[in-house]
Design a binder for this molecule. Structure first.
Ligand code: ZN
Length: 233
């Protein structure tokens, strides 16, 4: 079984009535519903206001793949939590960073670059698969139409990805590297752009397929401990 933890800052859905109407169960709840359709996945949720910010050592040790959604409270994630998550990624825990998690402390520190981009609300996206033989693209249409999505545009200041799986085209005039893979330590990382809180896209079967594929791709069967220090030989 693959143990998945869906972590969400859980702010917009609690504090903005219009967003609560879109995601009454929270973005984490919607993601859990989608991933729980898979019989090989055990899905738990965690949120920022829980003890240890939802990500205790015990939770992370028991997580094969961590899914991360954050936006308004990026700065409330403590350095202690960030370093705990990064240590587990280095040891082999998978990380899937969704949408505005591009600007989370965890993702930015793992990338080592500003991770800035351009954005505009209320656009129409066509998500093109540019790497159809990649495991994350298995069974995914070559083009997914998202009538309503926030536009993200290049330049996206990330380091050169290991692989680009999806590129988003926006009707308002922009393109974006919407699905990228990275490796940090022993951990596999997938950044995926769709998922603005005003646009309920995670129920889309094609988007769900990408998320499920990404979980299976990011899962590592062996979890190693990060070396404590250099070793004199
Ligand atoms: Zn957004």
């Amino acid at each position: 079984m693959i143990k998945v933890t869906v972590w969400n800052e859980y702010e917009h859905e609690r504090t903005i009535p219009a967003i609560r109407d879109i995601y009454p169960e929270g973005i984490h709840g919607a993601l859990k519903t989608v991933l729980s359709e898979e019989t090989d996945m055990i899905v738990r949720c965690a949120t920022l206001d829980e003890p240890d910010q939802g990500l205790s050592e015990e939770v992370l040790q028991d997580t094969d793949v961590l899914i991360w959604w954050s936006h308004a409270r990026q700065d409330d994630v403590t350095d202690e939590t960030v370093m705990r998550v990064i240590r587990h990624v280095h040891s082999g825990m998978g990380l899937i960073a969704l949408h505005s998690a591009h600007f989370s402390k965890v993702f930015r520190r793992l990338m080592g670059t500003p991770c800035t981009l351009g954005w505009r609300h209320g656009d129409h996206e066509k998500l093109f698969c540019v790497n159809p033989s990649h495991p994350i693209a298995e069974g995914v249409p070559l083009c997914i139409d998202l009538p309503e999505e926030e536009m993200y545009s290049e330049p996206f200041s990330i380091p050169k990805p290991d692989e680009i799986v999806f590129i988003g085209w926006f009707e308002g005039g922009a393109v974006f590297r919407s699905g990228c893979t990275f490796t940090r330590g022993y951990g596999r990382i997938f950044y995926f752009q769709p998922g603005h809180e005003e646009c309920r896209v995670y129920d889309d079967p094609a988007i769900g397929r990408i998320l499920k594929n990404a979980v299976r791709w990011a899962m590592q069967h062996t979890r190693l401990s990060e070396p404590e220090d250099n070793v004199a030989l």
